[in-house]
Design a protein around this ligand. Structure first.
Ligand code: BES
Ligand code: MN
Length: 460
């Protein structure tokens, strides 16, 4: 019933209806960063809840101060069946800059095998093949070979503040033998890979205040302290020209990779390909490391935005009262997000020139760097399924991006962790014209369904 060939036939048979449902899912404007979209997000959760209920799941909505999470479970009638907890999210990133979208972000467009929409990949596409695989297995086999629990988060893109608070109280329900984060990627369209870890994150706002209000830059130029200049001075001290972060203690807790762990990873990097895909070579970060070492094994400090003063049309001669920057640090295992946040905050306060006021707000909702065990049953089951779907060996990678809830979910569930997905670096997630391919929607379905079948065959 559940070989790749059989699953592939099942998918092809169900594809028209599944595609229609996927497109319906993409039409909800479930942007978590903006509370204006609260109702649309609830409508999306309602749709998903009904879809999962129809598929045979018991579904609960878990309310938070923001968007709710959904918790769904399916009890297998198989003896000694293990429990797999799957995590995905239904919220999406904001759509700006809207003028750069070639088709409206919430009106999915299919062109040359690609589906264009906000969330097409991150994470509605990945959520959908997961749900579709479970639904189809239940329909075709009359049930599932293992117990399944499913969390669909409504706030991943803002660091999962609501779900994080619920983890302690929901421990009993979350209990599982295995937990899998379905929000990652593969190496290339024909290069299957399982992700053995991702980076953590901590974010902050920096606000530099000069005079009480904006001033005429003729009358006050050379007299008032311009906070944009103060901000530039501060920011320029954060890194040296070799890309090393100069905050004291920043690298103290970085865990080095063992030679054995390193051997497992596909670290080769193609600069020409990168330039072709993104328009520039990969030359950022710490110069003495290779690109994948910099993205996977090293922490970073990046400025994500700077604003202040006049940046509208034409020209305005003003000395602004305020200047702002947004900073994030990507972290590797053993670094503690809150500790790094405090180190950066103190460094900025110490390096602020006198004459302006600085405030650094370190945000809640960060998360630590993660590593999974490559030899675990769950990682091996996914690697086997990827290998069968692509008919070639599955590689192992790490990911530079972050899924902040991962560690909390692993601890609350007590399960062995795996991280998987079908994203590509070229999907333009978080950017205009985000897309996912119909091919990968199917491959995701097959890999998920096959992995569940394998876990069911090989119980312990
Ligand atoms: N799916 C991404 C993480 C990711 C990015 C995986 C690239 C694979 C490749 C996830 O939804 C995400 O974007 N997380 C945010 C978290 C942040 C907003 C707290 C991130 O990494 O920026
Ligand atoms: Mn994302």
């Amino acid at each position: 019933m559940n070989t790749i060939e059989q699953l592939s036939q099942t998918y092809d048979k169900k594809q028209p209806k599944l595609l229609e449902d996927y497109l319906t899912f993409l039409r909800f404007k479930s942007i978590s960063a903006d509370s204006e979209y609260r109702e649309e997000s609830q409508a999306c959760a309602d749709w998903l809840k009904a879809y999962l209920t129809q598929s045979g799941f018991q579904v609960e909505q878990w309310d938070t101060a923001g968007n709710p999470s959904l918790f769904a479970s399916y009890h297998s009638s198989a003896k000694n069946a293990p429990t797999l907890l799957l995590y995905t999210h239904y919220d999406v990133q904001p759509i700006d800059p809207i003028e750069l979208w070639e088709s409206p972000p919430f009106e999915p467009l299919i062109k040359e095998g690609l589906v264009y929409a906000r969330g097409a990949q991150d994470n509605k596409g990945q959520c959908f093949y997961t749900v579709a695989a479970l639904k189809s297995l239940i329909e075709e086999n009359g049930g599932l070979p293992i117990h399944i629990k499913l969390i669909i988060d409504g706030e991943e893109e803002i660091g999962s503040p609501g779900l994080t608070k619920l983890l302690q109280t929901k421990k009993e329900q979350l209990k599982a033998d295995y937990v899998t984060i379905v929000d990652l990627g593969i190496l290339g369209p024909d290069s299957p890979a399982v992700t053995l870890g991702c980076r953590g994150i901590i974010t902050m706002d920096v606000i530099v205040q000069g005079t009480r209000g904006d001033l005429h830059s003729g009358s006050h130029g050379g007299v008032a302290f311009n906070p944009i200049h103060a901000l530039i001075e501060i920011l320029s001290k954060l890194r040296d020209p070799q890309g090393k972060v100069l905050v004291p203690g920043f690298y103290d807790d970085v865990a080095e990779l063992s030679a054995d762990e390193r051997k497992l990873l596909a670290l080769e990097f193609d600069q020409a390909q990168y330039k072709k895909e993104f328009g520039s070579e990969a030359t950022g970060g710490e110069k003495q490391y290779t690109p994948f070492e910099r993205a996977w094994l090293r922490p970073t400090l990046e400025i994500n935005g700077i604003y202040g003063g006049y940046s509208g049309k034409g020209f305005k001669t003003v000395i602004p009262a305020v200047a702002n920057a947004k900073i994030s640090c990507r972290l590797v295992p053993n670094q503690v997000p809150s500790k790094i946040g405090q180190q950066v905050k103190q460094f900025i306060e110490k390096n602020t020139p006198s004459g302006v006021q600085v405030t650094v707000h370190v945000h809640e909702g960060g998360g630590p760097g993660i590593r999974t065990a490559p030899s675990s049953k769950i990682v091996q089951a996914f690697a086997t399924a990827y290998g069968e779907v692509f008919k070639k060996p599955c590689q192992f990678i790490l990911e530079g991006g972050s899924i902040p809830i991962t560690n909390g979910l692993r601890e609350a569930s007590g399960g062995e962790l795996a991280m998987m997905g079908f994203g590509l670096a070229t999907d333009q997630i978080h950017a205009p014209n985000e897309h996912f391919s119909l091919d990968r929607l199917k491959q995701g379905f097959l890999t998920m369904a096959r992995t569940i079948a394998l876990l069911g065959e090989n119980k312990s």
